[in-house]
Design a protein around this ligand. Structure first.
Ligand code: BES
Ligand code: ZN
Length: 844
């Protein structure tokens, strides 16, 4: 068959009868897939991967078939085209890949146990049962599951169970849906349930290694999210239940299977009595993200994987829209500004980055093309831009029509633009295509040229970039009415600057609110005007100034040293996001100083200057009734004070450790990681190392675990580092799903870097075997590129990764990351003297 024919063109299933028997003891699966559909030809193809096909029958008669593993196909020859029912018997191994049907491992009261779950997106349903595994091939499904069942185990599916007969669990027939959204799970579980206003059952499920109250937060957010979306989308949730299930082993963060959403434990369960606000906000946005997909993605699905971005960027925007409605006091859009916006602006400034919309045929390629910063962060930013352009009323009206028109079917990006465009009476598609089909984004330069206020757009690069004259339709969002709504030329002259300034009474600005995907470079005159009164701007606008200046410095459009004095101007801010941006810049200065040098001494002094008053104001312990901003700011300033080796702060953290040493988990979650890290760094020994590692292995609280990991990896003791490296390959201590975090933290520790770097180079083969099939595998390379900044490491990086350039799936990441490190090394080499002089000047 021709390469990458969509199997759906030849065979269109309408209904599946699936029977799947899973044996945990023997680690085998055997099953039968009965597919009824319309064959367009007598030669059809059905997907399978890693399955052993025993027979293919039509009307009780065996029909000829051939397995083609290169195409993940069973090529079947039918007696006739037209309506047909194909019966396929198969077996498969049950493997630990976190894909298809797979076991998750956990311990309860010292006994090792497992929970079986599934992960099918993008193309692993074919590992569980033969099917036409393409998003457009929607059908209804009757699923029946059998397994080596023990008393009291729970079985979950997309739909409710309707009966159990002879140990077989039968689920109700699904609505018309895509294969990648099928899910089921079973094992010993604990549950909490409730019901929405409209009667949808909501449930949260986890292993019994978790306390019952760890499920409460998720239950509340899930319930209110479903209620929110029913109202916002003006479209009812179409299934009887919405289950949220935490799986102990999970490759991604979460997965929107229709009616049975699966999560990494850290993304669903929290200790309601001791979890930081930041973690609560994160978990809430993950749940809201997956539940946004129940409509956008599940009810209406992209026609093909080239529009996966549409699914993900939309859900990524909606998680903020929903949580902003559910928890208005959180000001969750501020988090969008400190996480998604900088991620998108950074990645998208590297030449060679992909565009949001990428043509893709080979489904194996879609995984390797999956660049989170682009697909999620940039995509969401573009949709935020659309929302700002058309407003919520048109967005909701357009979505309602979109859902009505395409429900239980498929759609493309163009279908969405036409629905939104019709509601808003605006050609959304043509504005968006400049953003979706082109990589990168512009820097808009605002300058007074010959007394005229002038704007110009040009692609912005961090590092070498080839200017090919790209232009965008830029929603300007200026505070001066004279600026156009959409700036689509290269240059525009707005008029006499002095006169405009007088008329408007405030400094000239564009991208007010930072909702558009571009950065601004003001000339000195305009920048001075803004900085004169900068602390009266909104927090987002202040953050934007810092963020844009940092990027301009990285892009070598302004000197890095000129950013340094800005820091003190913002240091007293009581806004969490201004502090996030401030400490992002401050921490970025660390790459310019060698460890333990005179320059680092000065930098530490600067950190002390920045943080001292705030540490006094906020103190170490959360105060009753304090603002969210104070809660969220505290960690930044304490971490800064500890980096500065402020003796009072070191002592205060140590005192807290001592006071809680019998029950470290009882340290307030907001500051727990830093108290633990301080202890390891200043008072650490082998005994403490063991204590923390044991706590890591025994706690069920993921946020506590991540603090423990941050502390353990901060040791400077070579013997302990060697011990830790040994644990990297011990899945009973560090689960493969969590290994990247451990590796990253050790690599970022100056005393652990060599050991971590040696480990990954020596054990690359092992790593590839263990997590190589995972679509997040390439992020091991990304984290290395986040850390390295010296010529020596750059050379070593190239020496190791260049020979791997042709490894399928790694090419793009290696190329991008080589460039990222090269650019950073260049920046450090050429700017470090000036930067250090600027730091020294502030700290004399
Ligand atoms: N559908 C995705 C997960 C996914 C994407 C699986 C592509 C396989 C291929 C899910 O909705 C998702 O986006 N999960 C995120 C968490 C989210 C809150 C950003 C993840 O796993 O990182
Ligand atoms: Zn998603």
């Amino acid at each position: 068959m021709a390469e990458f024919t969509h199997f759906y063109e030849l065979f269109q299933p309408s209904h599946y009868n699936l029977y799947i028997d899973i044996n945990r003891e023997t680690k085998t699966i055997s099953g039968q897939s009965i597919i009824t559909g319309e064959a367009k030809d007598t030669a059809i193809a059905i997907h399978q991967k890693y399955l052993t096909i025993n027979s293919v029958k039509v009307a009780d008669q065996a029909v000829p078939f051939a397995v083609d593993n290169d195409q993940d196909a069973i090529n079947v020859t039918l007696p006739n085209a037209g309506k047909v029912t194909v019966v396929i018997d198969y077996t498969a191994p049950l493997t630990d890949t976190m894909m298809g049907i797979y076991p998750s491992y956990y311990e309860l009261d010292g006994v090792k146990k497992q929970l079986i779950g599934t992960q099918f997106e993008t193309n692993a349903a074919r590992q569980a049962f033969p099917c036409v595994d393409e998003p457009e091939a929607k059908a209804t499904f009757d699923v029946a599951i059998k397994f080596d069942e023990h008393e009291g185990e729970t079985v979950l599916g997309n739909m409710p169970e309707i009966k159990t007969e002879n140990g077989v669990h039968y689920f109700d027939t699904t609505v018309r849906m895509s294969t990648y959204l099928i899910a089921f799970a079973f094992g010993d579980m604990r549950a909490k349930e409730t019901t929405t206003k409209s009667g949808v059952k909501i449930g949260v499920f986890a292993t019994k290694a978790h306390k019952a109250n760890e499920l409460d937060f998720a239950l509340d957010i899930a319930k209110r999210s479903i209620e929110f979306y029913e109202d916002f989308y003006q479209t009812p949730y179409p299934l009887p239940h919405s289950w949220q299930l935490a799986l102990p082993d999970f490759s991604a963060g979460a997965m929107e299977n229709w009616g049975l959403v699966t999560y990494r434990e850290a993304c669903l369960l929290i200790d309601p009595d001791n979890t930081s606000l930041g973690v609560k906000q994160y978990v809430a946005t993950v749940i809201a993200h997956e539940l946004a997909h129940q409509w956008f993605g599940d009810l209406v699905t992209m026609k093909w994987w080239d529009d996966l971005w549409l699914n993900e960027s939309f859900a990524n925007m909606m998680e903020y829209v929903a949580i902003d409605a559910l928890e208005p006091d959180w000001h969750i859009w501020e988090v969008f500004q400190t996480s998604e916006a900088p991620a998108a602006l950074q990645r998208d400034a590297t030449d060679g980055v992909q565009s949001v919309h990428v043509q893709v045929e080979d489904p194996a390629e879609i995984d390797s093309l999956f660049d989170g910063a682009i697909v999620y962060a940039k995509g969401a930013r573009l949709l935020v831009m659309v929302r700002a352009l058309i407003g919520d009323d048109a967005l909701r009206a357009g979505l309602k029509n979109y859902f009505t028109k395409h429900q239980y079917g498929n759609a493309t990006g163009a279908d969405l633009w036409s629905a939104l465009g019709a509601a808003a009476n605006l050609d959304v598609g043509s504005i968006m295509s400049s953003w979706l089909e082109q990589p990168g984004y512009p820097v808009v330069t605002a300058a007074v040229v010959d007394s005229q206020l002038t704007l110009n757009q040009k692609q912005f690069f961090v590092g070498a970039g080839q200017d090919v004259g790209r232009q965008w339709q830029v929603p300007l969002n200026s505070n001066y009415a004279v600026a156009p709504k959409i700036f689509s030329d290269e240059t525009i002259v707005l008029g006499d600057y002095q006169q405009l300034r007088k008329e408007n009474g405030v400094p000239f600005r564009v991208n007010v609110g930072n909702d558009s995907h571009f950065i601004v470079k003001y000339d000195d005159v305009l920048m001075h005007d803004i900085l004169n009164d900068v602390t009266n701007l909104s927090a987002i606008d202040q953050l934007q100034i810092l963020q844009d200046q940092r990027l301009l410095a990285e892009g070598r459009q302004i000197s890095y040293a000129s950013v340094v004095p800005l820091l003190l101007q913002f240091a007293d801010s009581q806004s969490n996001i201004v502090n996030t941006a401030l400490y992002r810049v401050a921490n970025d200065l660390k790459k310019f100083v060698a460890p333990d040098s005179v320059e680092e001494e000065s930098l530490k002094t600067l950190f002390n200057q920045l943080s001292a008053a705030q540490v006094t104001r906020l103190g170490w312990l959360p105060k009753a009734g304090e603002s969210n901003d104070d809660q969220l700011t505290r960690p930044y300033v304490l971490v800064a004070a500890l980096y500065a080796e402020n003796p009072d702060s070191i002592a205060a953290a140590h005192d807290l450790f001592v006071a809680h040493q019998n029950e470290l988990s009882s340290l307030p979650a907001d500051i727990r990681p830093y108290v633990l890290r301080n202890e390891v760094q200043h008072f650490g020994n082998a005994k403490l190392f063991d204590q923390l590692l044991t706590a890591y292995q025994t706690t069920s609280d993921s946020s506590y675990q991540s603090g423990l990991s941050a502390a353990i990896t901060s040791t400077s003791d070579a013997a302990l580092i060697a011990q830790l490296i040994e644990k990297f390959e011990d899945a009973d201590t560090i689960k493969p799903q969590d290994l990247r975090g451990w590796f990253y933290r050790l690599l970022a520790n100056k005393d652990g870097q060599q050991a971590a770097w040696d480990w990954i180079r020596n054990r690359w083969g092992w790593l590839q075997e263990t997590v190589g099939g995972d679509m997040e595998f390439t992020t091991y390379i990304t984290v290395i590129a986040n850390v390295f900044h010296t010529p020596q490491r750059l050379a070593e990086f190239k020496e190791f990764f260049e020979p791997k350039l042709n490894t399928p799936g790694l090419t793009r990441e290696i190329t991008m990351d080589t460039k990222v490190i090269e650019t950073r090394v260049d920046l450090v080499e050429s700017e470090k003297d000036d930067v250090n002089a600027a730091i020294a000047q502030l700290t004399i």
